[in-house]
Design a protein around this ligand. Structure first.
Ligand SMILES: [Zn+2]
Length: 285
């Protein structure tokens, strides 16, 4: 059902595409986005484990993934049985000297990473104010854009007419005719939707920018919150890629547009110092 073009306004009958007279339920843009999601969903491998930070962090030394496992420690006089989650390299490609580390050590570094690409509310508001002003300016340009689009649209109508003529005069065979017609009608939908979008929204960049600013302010909250490892991992994957552990230090590459916000993460951060101090914590509460 999610793959039927009918819902954005086209109809297929005996292999030929027609413009439906019905009111489309969704836009072609949304339809295309749904196709991308479907593709991802069906290519996804099933998850075996339930550890928050596995599946996206690799070992810098041997390029294997880091895996996690639970181990218990027993403190007879104080806390009794306590379970800890440890992360270690799976060493799939042979010998590797990288040490294992506690989940908290991964978590703290991820909090710093997410925090390093976040925006404060003050800056977010300033940015939004500037964006609104630019949006106003762009509205003026939109008029010219609309003109160009309507020219393209009328060119396309002419092409459709010529295609039909060449088919009726038996210059084009049925298969090429149907294929070309389908192609042209799809393009026509895209043009029509662009026109509608400009007429209703004006600038197409303004909404994504607002969304980005909102997410970047959310990042600050996610980094600060407690007991939210799954959310933290989700955000970390959103803002960065190429996560590598190298002697317990987590390295990453901020992805656009978050790279604009990333502070120099390669310099020694307070994390390494605080981790040094925390070492041995579990044996000396
Ligand atoms: Zn390794």
């Amino acid at each position: 059902m999610l793959q039927r073009t009918f819902y954005f306004g086209l109809m297929t009958y005996h292999g030929e595409t027609y413009e439906g007279k019905h009111k489309p339920l969704i836009t072609k843009k949304l339809f295309d986005e749904v196709q991308k999601v479907l593709e991802k969903k069906y290519n996804r491998k099933p998850q075996k484990h339930d550890f928050a930070f596995t599946g996206f962090i690799k070992c810098k030394e041997c390029d294997s993934f880091f895996t996690a496992e639970k181990h218990k420690k027993f403190y007879p006089k104080t806390r009794g049985e306590v379970w800890y989650t440890y992360y270690r390299c799976v060493k799939k490609k042979g010998i590797c000297s990288q040490p294992y580390l506690r989940e908290e050590e991964v978590e703290n570094q991820l909090r710093d990473i997410v925090s390093s690409v976040s925006l404060s509310e003050v800056w977010a508001n300033k940015l939004l104010e500037m964006a609104e002003k630019d949006g106003e300016k762009e509205k003026e340009f939109a008029v010219g854009e609309l003109q160009k689009l309507s020219i393209s649209l009328s060119d396309l109508e002419k092409k459709l007419d010529r295609l039909l003529e060449s088919y009726l005069e038996e210059i084009t065979d049925i298969e090429s005719y149907q294929r070309k017609k389908d192609e042209l009608l799809q393009t026509k939908k895209v043009l029509q939707e662009k026109i509608t979008e400009i007429k209703t929204n004006g600038s197409s960049w303004l909404e994504p920018l607002k969304e980005f600013v909102k997410e970047a302010t959310d990042a600050a909250k996610i980094a600060r919150a407690k007991n939210n490892c799954k959310d933290l991992a989700f955000f970390a994957k959103k803002v960065g890629s190429n996560y590598f552990l190298n002697n317990k230090r987590l390295e990453f590459l901020p992805v656009p547009p978050y790279d604009l916000l990333a502070v120099s993460a390669s310099t020694a951060s307070p994390t390494s110092a605080s981790l040094q101090m925390c070492r041995g914590w579990d044996s000396n509460p």
